[in-house]
Design a protein around this ligand. Structure first.
Ligand code: PLP
Length: 443
């Protein structure tokens, strides 16, 4: 079957959905989140820069999150690929360890001088599970206070054992924590981002029993600095480990965690995603007294010792620093925000633009936003853009491409304005309305 469909994305997708529950291993790559019914390309043959070729060799420009936020230098970056190939040819797996582990550890500690120890793994969710284990091992408490999205593992999904709504504003509405042991109930408590009210109501009240306070230091926007300072004070006073999840916010506006820009230092910070520009890598950094528990509890996995991840992370960080990539991403993100703002203004549409500059998002204030967004994705695809309501700024979003994107956006926004007036968006959809799933909400 695979051989028969391997050049036909629509048929391959249908076949995949029969033998791979969910089709993709990542929720955010499920085709229903873009265009349901087989109209999204779903599979690729190759990618370079921000160009992606489908199975039929059609070329698209990627103005989505570009590899779900993993590849800020663009796909197949020549510097990173060279290092990956060298690591590959030297045998990525071996009886001995890759020396790049040490080089990378040294680099991360230098970039974050408050930290004193490092551990590595390969994915974001896994890195967060390690951080939680270390925090619990350190202060011998079980409860966790959290804000944001931190992966798929039991410790996190346990938040919904009490109420199916706990993760509504952090992950997805109404998630059933099926398969998560009921014994974990009550161990994980959510609080709202940047809410002083929740500091009083939830954080202060529970902190004394908690192993850790875990949060994304930046979500749709940066928090109030006094808010983060207060969280830090509470963590310190109650001997909770303060963990910043920098899996999405790291490497976007500076070389390292965004908390370095904010000047508020946690006890641990966690990196993943773009740290190796598209190669699997995760890192946990922290204070020595906490990190040393990594040898007291049991944290270990064979493929956390392969070479490509740390070798590419070292190359990525060097290149990031040399280019001052944080500043470049901020500038590009601003340009993308301007494209949306201008296109909406020209079309007479109301628009809401959110997100820090390197991670912008938009929403048109129309009657039927899910259908309108589906129409936007559908029409942008016709113009050879992979596009949605978020566009993570990328080094390879050059001025020529941004101009092309602007032309496409303004034309589609004009169509939207016309169809919207006549209430005709839905009848112009070639597929059902997209699944409105994974949002990064602020409250
Ligand atoms: C803030 C944050 N934490 C954790 C994760 C989970 O990372 P992964 O998908 O690599 O397991 C993500 C992924 O989007 C994330 O954005």
């Amino acid at each position: 079957m695979f051989k028969k469909f391997k050049k036909n994305s629509k048929k391959l997708q249908k076949y995949a959905s029969e033998i791979i529950p969910g089709t993709s291993q990542l929720f955010g790559k499920r085709p229903e989140l873009y265009l349901p019914g087989g109209n999204w390309p779903t599979y690729y043959s190759k990618a370079k820069g921000v160009s992606v070729w489908g199975l039929d060799n059609k070329k698209y420009y990627d103005f989505t999150m570009v590899g779900i936020g993993t590849s800020v230098l663009g796909y197949s970056d020549p510097t990173i690929n060279k290092v990956a190939v060298k690591a590959l040819n030297s045998s990525p797996m071996n009886t001995l360890n890759p020396p790049e582990d040490v080089e990378l550890a040294e680099m991360l500690l230098k970039l974050h001088p408050w930290s004193e120890g490092v551990r590595f793994c390969r994915t974001g969710g896994e890195s967060m599970s390690i951080a939680i284990r270390l925090a619990r091992a350190y202060n011998k408490r079980d409860k966790i206070l959290f804000c944001g999205y931190h992966g798929w593992h039991d410790w996190y999904l346990a938040a919904n054992l009490n109420s199916q709504n706990s993760l509504n504003t952090h992950l997805l509405p109404g998630l059933e924590p099926l398969g998560v042991p009921k014994a974990f109930e009550g161990l994980v408590i959510p609080f709202k981002f940047n809410s002083f009210e929740d500091i009083e109501r939830i954080v202060k009240k529970n902190a004394k029993d908690c192993a850790a306070i875990v949060m994304e230091p930046c979500r749709e926007s940066l928090p109030d600095k006094e808010y983060l300072n207060e969280i830090k004070r509470i963590a310190k006073k109650n001997n909770c480990v303060l963990i910043f999840d920098e899996i999405t916010s790291g490497w976007r506006s500076n070389t390292g965690g965004i908390h370095m820009n904010l000047g508020i230092y946690p006890d641990m910070a966690v990196f993943g995603k773009t740290i190796a520009n598209g190669f699997a890598m995760g890192a946990i950094i922290g204070k020595k007294k906490i990190m040393k528990n990594a040898t007291k509890t049991f944290i270990s996995s064979a493929f956390w010792t392969e070479r490509i991840g740390p070798a590419c992370a070292v190359a990525f960080i060097k290149k990031h620093k040399k280019l001052n990539l944080g500043n470049i991403l901020i500038t590009k993100g601003k340009k993308i925000k301007n494209v949306w703002k201008k296109s909406a203004k020209d079309a007479g549409l109301d628009i809401e633009i959110n997100g820090i500059d390197p991670l912008p998002t938009f929403k048109l204030k129309v009657k039927d936003w899910p259908a309108t967004l589906t129409y936007f994705i559908q029409e942008m695809l016709k113009k050879k853009f992979l596009a949605t309501d978020k566009c993570y700024a990328n080094y390879k979003h050059d001025n020529i491409l941004i101009t092309k994107y602007e032309k496409a956006c303004s034309s589609v926004f004009l169509d939207i304005a016309k169809l919207n007036k006549k209430n005709k968006i839905r009848e112009n959809l070639k597929s059902p309305v997209k699944l409105m799933g994974f949002k990064r909400l602020t409250n």
